[in-house]
Design a protein around this ligand. Structure first.
Ligand code: GRF
Length: 214
C-alpha cells in the first residue's frame, strides 16, 4: 500500500518532528513526511527537516495580521501543493480555526505534554508540579476546534519524582512523546483508527487510555 503523505506543522525546536522523521526512515513505516511547515521563520525544526531532505515552507502568521483564516488558507495551499493526506501538529503554537480543523477532520493529530484532559494549554509541567500530581505524561489526540480536546489515540504516563523541576519532568515526558507520536501516526496511516461518539477506536476497540496499564 502507498505510504500516506504527511505534513508536520511546527513552531520551534522540532524534537517530535525528528522522532517522526526517524520512524519514517523505515520503508515499512506506513507514512512519509513530505513537508514541514513552520509559522516561525527561525524554527530549529526547519533545519532538521532540511537536513533530512524534506521540503519545508514558512507561513509567517505575522504577514496576515489578525486574519487567521487568511493565514490558514496560505497553510492549506502549501498542504495541497504537496498532496498532503495527513497532518501532525508538533509544537505548532497557533490556535486553528474551525474552518481549518474541518478540512482535516479525522486526519490531523496533535501531541500534548500532559495526561489529557488534565492540564490543557501551556506550562503543563509546572502546573502538574504545582498541583502536586503524582503522575504526568503525554497524549496524542485528534484535533478538534476546542483546544487540546479531541479523541485520544494514545496516552502514556510517567511518575512525578521527588525533587522534580519543570525541566526534569519535561525531559521524562518528552521521551514518551517521541515514542507515542510515531506509534499514533502509524495507526492513523494504517487506517486502524475510527472516531465514534467522540471517542477514538483502535481496530474497532476503545483506544487504550493509558498504555502503562493503569
Ligand atoms: C512538545 O512538548 C509538545 O508536546 C508540545 O510542544 C512541545 C514541542 O516540542 N505540543 P518539539 O518542538 O517537538 O521539540
Amino acid at each position: 500500500m502507498a505510504r500516506k503523505r504527511v505534513a508536520v506543522l511546527i513552531s520551534g525546536r522540532g524534537s517530535n518532528l525528528a522522532a517522526l522523521i526517524e520512524a519514517a526512515k523505515d520503508p515499512a513505516y506506513p507514512a512519509e513526511i513530505v513537508l514541514v511547515v513552520s509559522n516561525e521563520p527561525q524554527a530549529e525544526g526547519l533545519a532538521r527537516a532540511r537536513a533530512a531532505g524534506i521540503a519545508t515552507a514558512v507561513v509567517d502568521h505575522r504577514a496576515f495580521g489578525k486574519d487567521r483564516e487568511a493565514f490558514e488558507r496560505a497553510l492549506q495551499a502549501e498542504l495541497q501543493a504537496h498532496n498532503v493526506e495527513l497532518v501532525c501538529l508538533a509544537g505548532f503554537m497557533r490556535v486553528l480555526t474551525p474552518w481549518f480543523v474541518r478540512q482535516w477532520e479525522g486526519r490531523m493529530l496533535n501531541i500534548h505534554p500532559s495526561l489529557l484532559p488534565d492540564f490543557k494549554g501551556l506550562d503543563t509541567h509546572a502546573r502538574a508540579l504545582a498541583a502536586g500530581a503524582t503522575r504526568h505524561g503525554a497524549t496524542v489526540h485528534f484535533v478538534v476546534p476546542e483546544l487540546d480536546s479531541g479523541p485520544i489515540v494514545l496516552q502514556e504516563a510517567v511518575p512525578v519524582l521527588k525533587g522534580d523541576t519543570a525541566a526534569t519532568l519535561a525531559a521524562r515526558v518528552l521521551a514518551v512523546e517521541h515514542r507515542i507520536y510515531p506509534q499514533a501516526l502509524k495507526l492513523l496511516a494504517e487506517g486502524r483508527l475510527r472516531i465514534a461518539g467522540g471517542e477514538c477506536l483502535i481496530d474497532g476497540k476503545p483506544a487504550v487510555r493509558s498504555v502503562d496499564g493503569s
